[in-house]
Design a protein around this ligand. Structure first.
Ligand code: SF4
Length: 391
């Protein structure tokens, strides 16, 4: 089983209107870079001291700096965090170390400094190439700045980089979405992700919908946009290896594959969560999950006072369902022998009715020793996953 690390940086310059991530808007001079990095390093050191048997010297396959906007961090702090991790863990030769970035927060020197600090993959949050939507949804950058950020990544020849896009802005036409996507497909990138705009509880966007100030894009149009995405990306040589993720060749996101394969994660930083196998020695408990306080100040107090974290025990039935839910997002689907050996139970029995129902609907194929979603299964993923709940 592979092991991964997630590092959360919770600050942004502005809160995007649709964002429900653990991000806190601050002006640049109010972001406590040094204090936050020190707390993070203390958290890592403390947890490893507390649980050496679970953590020390583990082999790590990927590290991901997510946010928030981690590209706001000075590269020296990123270096210090990576240095701390390298003291405790063994990095694989091909370790993927990603940093999320936003246009408008990077220049050539900073990008090179991140590269020197050890970052080998950038995930750039472009979201849209249309100033109208960028402005209306509170993004800090313009379409031109987004294009400049892509040019910069190409000029610096960053080892790997990916782009995040959003479709389904209210009143966005299919042609506008096609134009954004076509631009990205012509760049040098070999990976991109795109997500439909969703109205999550508590966001400014959701409040606007509730007040009747804005109408969300209807579901059938979102489906059309998703189908268009599959069609155009396929023509450009990308594989939809996951519902929302596209790669040329085998340039998959190693870190995200870890989530979809239900592997071990350690998460550090405000609001970060992690999960790792309970090693089957605690009765019905399959894995242990940790979750830090979301609020950066509360997180800091938590680490300074106790260094402890909120821990959730995940039982076998819950873990099996989560495993399937994640696996059904992948084009390659679920390996039957892998499920059976991991849980010591047969997937074809445990989820018999969900599998039968999904195959009858044309959402799932049983091919060799795998259960693989079809194209329709990608489109109707929510319904397919729901059919597994009834088991
Ligand atoms: S930049 Fe990302 S994390 Fe920050 S507010 Fe916008 S969507 Fe949220």
């Amino acid at each position: 089983m592979k092991n991964h690390i997630y590092i959360h940086f919770p600050y942004c310059l502005y809160k995007c209107h649709y964002c429900d991530f653990n991000s806190h808007a601050r002006s640049p001079q109010d972001i406590p870079y040094q204090k936050y990095t020190e707390t993070l390093i203390k958290e890592i050191d403390t947890q490893i001291k507390q649980e050496p048997h679970r953590l020390e010297n583990k082999t790590i396959h990927s590290i991901y700096f997510g946010g928030g906007t981690p590209s706001l961090m000075p590269a020296t702090f990123v270096f210090n965090i990576l240095n701390t991790l390298e003291r405790h863990f063994t990095f694989t030769n091909k370790i993927e170390i990603t940093l999320e970035a936003n246009p408008g927060t990077l220049n050539k020197d900073k990008l090179n400094a991140f590269k020197e600090a050890g970052i080998n993959r950038i995930s750039m949050g472009i979201q849209s190439l249309n100033d109208n939507y960028l402005k209306r949804f509170g993004r800090i950058h313009s379409a031109q700045e987004a294009k400049d950020a892509i040019t910069l990544l190409q000029e610096v020849a960053f080892p790997k980089w990916s782009v995040d896009l959003i479709f389904g802005f209210p009143n966005q036409t299919n042609n506008e979405w096609k134009s954004d996507l076509s631009y990205i497909l012509k760049t040098d990138t070999n990976h991109f992700s795109c997500y439909a705009l969703t109205n999550e509880p508590g966001t400014h966007y959701t409040q606007q919908i509730k007040r009747g100030q804005i109408l969300p894009t209807p579901d059938d149009q979102l489906t059309d946009m998703l189908k268009l995405t599959y069609e155009l990306s396929d023509k450009a040589g990308f594989t939809a290896y996951e519902i929302s993720n596209f790669a040329k060749g085998l340039n998959y996101s190693e870190h995200n594959l870890g989530y979809w394969h239900y592997e071990n994660f350690w998460g550090w930083g405000a609001g970060a969560w992690g999960q790792s196998d309970a090693n089957n020695n605690q009765g019905n408990i399959f894995l242990l999950r940790t979750h830090n306080a979301d609020d950066p100040h509360e997180y800091q107090q938590q680490i300074e006072l106790t260094g402890t974290r909120y821990t959730e025990e995940v039982d076998y039935p819950t873990a099996m369902f989560e495993y399937v839910m994640m696996g059904l997002r992948l084009k390659s689907g679920i390996s039957i022998p892998e499920f059976n050996s991991r849980f010591n139970q047969g997937i074809l029995n445990v989820f018999e009715s969900g599998i039968k129902f999904s195959i009858e609907k044309g959402w799932l194929e049983h091919s060799g020793d795998r259960l693989m979603p079809t194209f329709e299964g990608f489109i109707f993923n929510n319904a397919m996953v729901s059919s597994f709940i009834q088991d």
